[in-house]
Design a protein around this ligand. Structure first.
Ligand SMILES: Nc1ncnc2c1ncn2[C@@H]1O[C@H](COP(=O)(O)OP(=O)(O)O)[C@@H](O)[C@H]1O
Ligand SMILES: [Mg+2]
Length: 349
């Protein structure tokens, strides 16, 4: 088990492309940290630098007390799980799980014991003699997990390990992966583009945007105080509503199309700003702000009303019992649930 510390880590690919801008953070021993962001934002590059599969252009990487910049991947005592499982098709499940240990010269008896133990944890005991082609996607992913577990690494690294599974299995596996990591207490860095996975699995989330860290925080912090409109829109489905508005000299907040919002203006700002309101932070049928509903989506437990507020696109979510339909409905904004961002750089005011 280990703490992982990145100090001024930076990555420029040989073609001159800067994939990860200088960043520093510490992952605590036993912590489950999720790197999240859209495709191409540098998640895999960052993870692969920790794994030793990619050179670090600048900065210092520590796993435990050891600087590992120049340590071979095989000597970092890490285990990595990929999206495509990377199983050997001609080997049985048991052989696949034990392969890394065999290479390290561990005795057959000891390997068998470790494989049996991991198989038990992963409900794979009945499948140890099968080949990967005779397993379902979820079972294959469990074998990949098993191979990581038997090595008793200091650190698990996951790169979108559930992305090939169907939605239902993905939900089930994310609970299993999290439960297993808790039980083993092994530090984990988990890469995903899926904000739901990030929210549900992480102790802490690192949000990446274009090779830069936008925010680091617990799922709750990220959701309730997003550092930027990028984070606000990326984390949460449906995303936060973000409206163009202006704060007048006497502190009224007015949408660009002229509708005044009954909210307290941020003390430190005037002029053009962005106002963020999450779809669940409004009450329908109360208040004086007119919401023009054009489309209603039924999600089962929830209903999503899409339309415009003061001429700008806007969505409100209500629970299934609420009967609102299309047309104009007054809404009230939950006090304290309004976010303000700079119109210049999108960062929180
Ligand atoms: N070997 C490489 N050479 C040059 N650019 C690369 C290389 N690998 C990845 N990139 C670029 O770096 C950026 C980040 O890639 P990656 O870390 O794979 O993103 P993510 O995993 O978040 O989708 C992308 O724009 C990608 O095209
Ligand atoms: Mg990737």
């Amino acid at each position: 088990m280990a703490q992982v510390a990145l100090e001024g880590i930076h990555k420029v690919y040989p073609n001159g492309f800067e994939a990860v801008q200088t960043c520093s953070f510490v992952i605590q021993d036993g912590e489950f940290v999720v790197l999240v962001g859209p495709s191409g934002c540098g998640k895999s590059t960052l993870l692969r630098m920790i794994a030793g599969l990619e050179d670090i252009t600048e900065g210092t990487l520590r796993i435990g007390d050891r600087v590992v910049n120049d340590v071979d991947p095989a000597d970092r005592n890490i285990a990595m799980v990929f999206q495509n499982y990377a199983l050997y098709p001609h080997m049985t499940v048991a052989k696949n799980m034990g392969y890394g240990l065999k290479n390290r010269g561990i005795s057959k008896t000891e390997i068998d014991a470790k494989v049996q133990e991991a198989a038990k944890m992963l409900n794979l005991t009945d499948y140890l003699d099968r080949r990967p082609s005779q397993l379902s996607g979820g079972q294959r992913q469990r074998v990949a997990m098993g191979r990581a577990i038997v090595r008793q690494p200091d650190l698990f690294l996951f790169d979108e390990p559930l992305s090939n599974l169907d939605a239902k299995l993905r939900n089930q596996m994310r609970i299993e992966v999290r439960a297993l990591q808790r039980r083993l207490g092994t530090t984990a860095v988990y890469v995903t583009h899926d904000q739901v996975e990030a929210m549900t699995m992480a102790d802490r989330i690192i949000v990446l945007n274009g090779g830069r860290i936008e925010q680091i925080g617990t799922p709750k912090e990220i959701y309730s105080t997003p550092a930027s409109t990028f984070v606000a829109s990326f984390m949460g489905a449906p995303p936060m509503n973000v409206l163009n508005a202006t704060v007048s000299s006497d502190k009224h907040v007015t949408l660009d199309e002229g509708l005044e919002l009954p909210v307290a203006a941020p003390a430190a700002s005037s002029g053009p700003i962005l106002v963020g309101i999450r779809p669940e932070d409004l009450t329908l049928g109360e208040g004086t702000t007119p919401f023009d509903v054009q489309i209603v989506e039924e999600l089962g437990a929830q209903r999503l009303l899409h339309g415009t507020l003061g001429g700008q696109a806007f969505s409100v979510s209500v629970n299934k019992d609420h009967e609102a339909g299309t047309g104009t409905i007054p809404v009230s904004i939950t006090p304290g649930a309004v976010h303000f961002f700079s119109r210049e750089d999108g960062f929180r005011i």
